[in-house]
Design a protein around this ligand. Structure first.
Ligand code: SF4
Length: 273
């Protein structure tokens, strides 16, 4: 008997909805804002990827349970509004999806709610909703001809509570993103690998430069299987690559020099940051 293996196999079976990797989803709208087009293309084309780690599966499961409790809380606590649908599948502009909750007021206003669970530490930076979350929920708003949206962030560790952001309907912008998704889907070639990022940290006498992967690669299940990623494995630790002193780049770590030079070309130093 292998209890660990059994739990690993059984947890994904608890998920109530099937997800078709080969279709465009309304949640893919976020790709056009801060996602990786290549990752989407690889998914649509059935590229090989790693399995989810147990930690990722547990996180999805915890998120789903929190989400279910939030919907129940809404049902019980609303005044002048009611929940008319939850987890309803929709199709719009060739995209499929499933929104979290649709609310309707006594005077006929319709609002789509989207719940997002996040780490407590991330609440410290949460001054506005993430653009990719806005794009996604506005896709549901357009699909359901609703008036507006609300994005509700829930601290999955509890102590920071919840934060709610209202979002105005914006069909023009969302239709533009849909067209972008369709261009990616129709392409015969995968979009380019994301570029590494230079991070510039100000010090007293000089600025330090680090080379990083975009966050997308850090969490990508295609990395090192179907895609080489923005940086080779031995360059993914955060290390000092060099310094900028008096406006000039001084390499410190030879293994990053070529990458830094490929991104910087003198005048663009000021863009780093
Ligand atoms: S590894 Fe990075 S560049 Fe490649 S598909 Fe994933 S996110 Fe995109």
């Amino acid at each position: 008997m292998n209890i660990y293996e059994a739990i690993l196999r059984g947890l994904p079976m608890l998920r109530s909805h099937e997800w078709d990797d080969t279709k465009l989803h309304i949640s893919d709208l976020g790709v056009m804002v801060d996602g990786c087009p290549r990752q989407l293309w690889l998914r649509l084309h059935g590229a090989e990827k790693r399995e989810n780690h147990l930690g990722e599966i547990l996180m999805f499961d915890a998120g789903q349970r929190i989400h279910d409790r939030m919907v129940e809380a809404l049902r019980l606590g609303l005044q002048g509004w009611r929940v008319v649908d939850a987890e309803k599948p929709v199709e719009w502009q060739g995209l499929t999806g499933r929104y979290d909750v649709k609310l309707e007021s006594d005077d006929g206003k319709v609002v789509i709610c989207d719940f997002k669970t996040m780490r407590g530490a991330a609440f410290g930076y949460l001054v506005e909703p993430k653009p990719s979350h806005v794009a996604q929920v506005l896709g549901y708003v357009a699909a359901e001809n609703a008036d507006s949206a609300a994005i509700i962030y829930v601290d999955r560790e509890g102590q920071n509570g919840i934060r709610v952001f209202d979002v105005d309907r914006n069909d023009d912008e969302i239709l533009r993103l849909v067209e972008g998704l369709k261009v990616i889907a129709a392409s015969n070639e995968p979009p380019p690998v994301l570029k590494p990022i230079l991070e510039r940290v100000e010090r007293k006498q000089y600025d330090t430069i680090y080379v990083k992967q975009p966050w997308n690669c850090d969490y990508c299940r295609y990395q090192d299987i179907s895609c080489k990623g923005a940086l080779p494995p031995d360059l993914r630790q955060k290390e000092i690559a060099g310094r900028i002193r008096d406006g000039k780049y001084e390499p410190e770590n030879d293994k990053y020099t070529e990458i830094v030079r490929g991104i910087l070309d003198g005048d663009r130093l000021q863009e780093v940051g």
